[in-house]
Design a protein around this ligand. Structure first.
Ligand code: TYC
Length: 107
């Protein structure tokens, strides 16, 4: 019984600590390919990530030249929803555009 009580106390403490922490954040990353038109990528960055045209063009060119680029940093569900939105838009136009999410580096 003493063992059990210890486990329960640890768990409650862990939960309390967990609730004090900010949620884990995820970055949504666009990957380069040779076929998706640049204008389409810029339009996706504006529509899905709320970027203005200059910022969208800057991110698109970074992906084009460096192979990948961060579109934004979000909580898990919001990041996952945006990844799905990008994939759906790309699929609808039959572009091979790839988008992933990954844990954001700690600030
Ligand atoms: N490399 C593509 C081209 O030359 C443009 C592109 C940019 C594609 C960013 C995907 O995530 C991407 N048309």
């Amino acid at each position: 019984m003493a063992i059990n009580t210890d486990i329960q106390r640890d768990t409650a403490l862990d939960r309390q600590k967990e609730q004090l922490k900010p949620p884990p954040m995820y970055q949504v990353v666009l990957l380069n390919d040779d076929y998706t038109p640049m204008e389409f990528v810029v339009a996706v960055l504006q529509r899905v990530f709320g970027k203005n045209e200059d910022e969208a063009s800057r991110i698109m060119l970074k992906v084009h030249h460096e192979g990948r680029g961060v579109c934004g940093v979000y909580t898990r569900d919001i990041a996952a929803t945006r990844v799905e939105m990008v994939k759906q838009l790309a699929r609808a136009r039959q572009h091979p555009l790839q988008c992933i999410m990954e844990p954001a580096p700690e600030a």
